[in-house]
Design a protein around this ligand. Structure first.
Ligand code: ADP
Ligand code: MG
Length: 256
């Protein structure tokens, strides 16, 4: 079973969607680069045995702002698990890159005490079905409370407004889950990943629209204390509307 750190006042951001290739590691690395540029040292916890974010950190040039890396997918023989997973005391922001497969207990553990959960989604029909299932699991299995407003979707590699994307948007809309950014399909994400940097660290002229979207996500993430405060005063979105509820159940039980 997975274990995640228990630390007060940690801004624990989980990037999650079991569908491979939807952009989890791309989001984690780009958000980390953005936080690092701001001057605080963020930490990345890599739970994916593919180790893409860990490899990205290894490629990261020394002169760039530091990002702390924790290799959570490997079990160390030399250290206790809690020592291996320790987050430096001064860390404010922890970004979690999650694996492609996990069971219900892992899902609960990954999302426990999180301030925000981001689900990147590609605009294909198969990916949208997988994302709907993932969101259904988050709400029905991990019991993420929609009133906490901690869940958001990132539409990734979008070229055009497809029918399936419109369907996903209706599904999310009925649940009150926002799509907070739309990332275009661009080699900027591929090239920056190869260099161990984020798009915010590339020459600005060619990456402006991409940086704008990443910064939009960071602004949404930064607002988590307000979201939480608002959620304690809002009761109207507590109940899942019946249409959304049946959609959720269909997604969860696999007949979507
Ligand atoms: N918006 C994008 N435009 C172009 N390529 C992208 C974009 N997002 C991700 N990629 C590329 O797609 C591949 C899969 O992305 P990745 O972040 O590794 O997905 P995951 O971690 O969910 O498996 C990588 O090669 C990555 O560089
Ligand atoms: Mg990955």
């Amino acid at each position: 079973m997975l274990i995640t750190p228990r630390q007060d006042k940690l801004n624990k951001i989980v990037i999650l969607n079991p569908k491979g290739g939807c952009g989890k590691s791309t989001l984690v690395t780009n958000l980390a680069a953005c936080y690092a540029k701001r001057g605080t040292v963020p930490a990345i916890m890599d739970y994916d045995p593919q180790g893409s974010t860990t490899a990205w950190l290894e490629r990261r040039p020394d002169h760039l702002p530091k990002i702390h890396g924790i290799v959570a997918y490997k079990k160390s023989m030399q250290a206790t698990r809690s020592w291996q997973l320790r987050v430096p005391g001064e860390t404010e922001t922890l970004l979690i890159d999650s694996p492609a497969s996990f069971d219900h207990d892992d899902l609960r553990e990954l999302t426990r005490d999180s301030t925000s959960i981001l689900v990147p989604v590609l605009p294909s029909l198969m990916d949208i079905h997988a994302a709907s299932r993932c969101i259904a699991d988050l709400l029905l299995v991990a019991k993420v409370d929609r009133r906490d407003r901690k869940l958001a979707v990132i539409a990734n590699r979008t070229r055009k407004n497809t029918k399936s994307l419109a369907k996903l948007m209706r599904f999310l809309d009925s649940l009150g889950i926002p799509i907070i950014a739309v990332l275009r399909d661009t080699q900027n994400f591929v090239r920056s990943a190869e260099q161990g940097i984020g798009v915010c660290e590339m020459p600005p002229s060619s990456v402006k629209p991409d940086v704008v979207q990443i910064e939009k996500i960071v602004s949404w993430l930064d607002a988590w204390p307000q979201r939480r405060r608002e959620s304690t005063t809002t009761t109207s979105i507590n109940k899942i509307p019946s249409a959304a509820s049946s959609l959720l159940r269909r997604a969860h039980f696999g007949s979507a």
